[in-house]
Design a protein around this ligand. Structure first.
Ligand code: GLC
Length: 473
């Protein structure tokens, strides 16, 4: 059968460049779709990407005219794990120290930078006639409008919202720079509190919209989670679907993971990893439960709750290992706490191999998110046999069932859930975790069950394929 073509556009893709879960999904979803489609993934060629290591070669260049200014775009390519990648290079977009900006704030000209990325994608659609383009987050959202504006592009657009909290809002002066007509500066289109909002373009002009879990798809229609766009999303809700993310179950598999001292396939097998990690981090007591936190130090991830609660958790018989980076004030608070308590260790930065060792060593994964569009860490934790301790929001609702109702026949994983985002309820969930841990047999049966659950893309990829098919029918 002749496979259809699909262009998948994202501002970050693992392993080339990653700041968060978007990069993981942009790596693993195209892999899952590649059996059904010829998928080509496009991203910017940031300076930090290892061109040599990934054998990235220049294939062509073209001009893009945006806001009356002509930009020279160079297109690069490589093949990696059977997927075709295209990289858009222009000094304006790519020659920066950071991808989006320093930790405190995004670059001021991000509207212009990702506007140019979107123009380059639209030009690719003109040249290569893709039937479908799958666009991710605000950085690619403008493509939907560019496609609507140009009748010569017949491509259908699917826009995925990974996190409504990042909308790409800019001063209205960006309009003329990105060559978007003033008539789009209205409430029905790009205008949002006197700013130009890229996310709104995706919502208004995409042929179909998805977000990354069924619960988040409902939550974003409410004022509590809608980030001000709940009304606008409600207008467009007929084309909005929630599809749960998956994880790359080959990449996240303790049976075959080079980062681990010893591979394993059941709860008992985790011991070597735990001893290894405790030693590496200078923690003592392999019989005590080990809690791990892995993620961005951002408000969303519940870091305020962690900062408030960690000193009380530290009083319990347990160890805590934290890994991540993000807002400086959070890093400072967490590092002050870890210096104060011998059983808490903080590792700053993003370290993929260390994160795998932590999932493998951890008995519990802490995920006290205030909101969570999907969350991937809880699913990775299942694969490695760390029991998730989560708040009751977004994708966490869809993926974590209460351990009190443990049922071996269930296809779902089990963990500890706290429903109110307060320090008290987090602490109480951690205390319960410690109790569960001491019930060795029960704990192990939960871990063994979770490790067997399927959180790969196999089901969710089918949902996307259904939408693509509907779009080109
Ligand atoms: C964002 C969300 C996270 C989601 C990821 C991938 O990082 O915050 O919940 O899992 O995107 O879709």
């Amino acid at each position: 059968m002749n496979k259809g073509r699909l262009l998948f556009a994202s501002s970050e893709v693992y392993p080339f460049v990653k700041t968060g879960g978007l990069a993981d999904v942009s790596h693993s979803l195209p892999r899952a779709l590649n059996e059904t489609y010829h998928v080509c993934v496009v991203l910017p060629l940031y300076g930090a990407i290892d061109r040599k290591g990934f054998k990235i070669k220049k294939i062509e260049s073209f001009e893009v005219v945006m806001g009356g200014v002509s930009y020279d775009i160079q297109l690069y390519a490589t093949r990696y794990e059977e997927i075709e990648y295209r990289f858009v290079y222009s000094p304006l977009l790519c020659d920066r120290e950071f991808i989006y900006g320093p930790p405190e704030a995004g670059y001021e000209d991000n509207g212009l930078r990702f506007g140019l990325f979107s123009y380059a994608i639209a030009e690719m659609l003109r040249r290569e006639q893709y039937p479908i383009v799958h666009l991710n987050d605000w950085q690619c959202a403008l493509v939907t409008l560019l496609v609507k504006e140009d009748p010569s592009i017949t491509t259908k657009t699917l826009y995925t919202i990974h996190n409504l909290a990042y909308q790409g809002s800019f001063n209205p002066s960006v309009l003329s720079q990105i060559g978007i007509d003033e008539r789009y500066y209205t409430m029905e289109a790009l205008e949002f509190y006197n700013q130009v909002n890229f996310m709104k373009a995706g919502i208004a002009f995409a042929d179909s919209i998805t977000t990354v879990s069924p619960t988040y798809a409902k939550e974003i229609l409410t004022s509590e989670f809608g980030c001000g766009l709940e009304g606008f999303l409600s207008v467009h809700k007929r084309k909005l679907h929630g599809i749960l993310n998956g994880i790359d179950s080959e990449h996240f598999s303790p049976v075959n993971d080079k980062a681990l001292v010893e591979c394993y396939s059941n709860a008992k097998g985790k011991k070597a990893s735990k001893i290894d990690l405790l030693k590496a981090l200078g923690l003592k007591g392999a019989t005590k439960p080990l809690f791990v936190f892995i993620g961005r130090f951002a408000h969303q991830k519940g870091i305020d709750l962690l900062v408030e609660t960690l000193p009380k958790i530290a009083e319990l018989e347990c160890n805590i290992a934290l890994l991540g980076e993000g807002d400086e004030s959070y890093s400072d608070s967490l590092s002050a706490i870890s210096e104060q308590y011998g059983n808490i260790v903080l590792t700053s930065g993003y370290d993929e191999a260390l994160s795998h060792r932590m999932y493998a060593a951890g008995d519990f994964l802490l995920m006290p998110s205030l909101f969570e569009p999907c969350g991937l860490n809880q699913m990775i934790a299942y694969a490695y046999g760390a029991v998730p301790v989560v708040s009751h929001v977004g994708g966490l609702v869809d993926t974590v069932k209460k351990y009190e109702s443990f049922d071996e026949q269930s296809p779902s994983g089990f963990g500890l859930i706290f429903s109110t985002p307060t320090s008290r309820s987090l602490l109480s969930a951690v205390k319960k975790s410690c109790e569960l841990y001491s019930d060795k047999k029960f704990f192990e049966s939960i871990v063994n069950h979770n490790m067997k659950c399927d959180y790969s893309w196999s089901e969710s990829a089918k949902e996307y394929i259904k939408i693509y098919k509907r779009l080109i029918k």
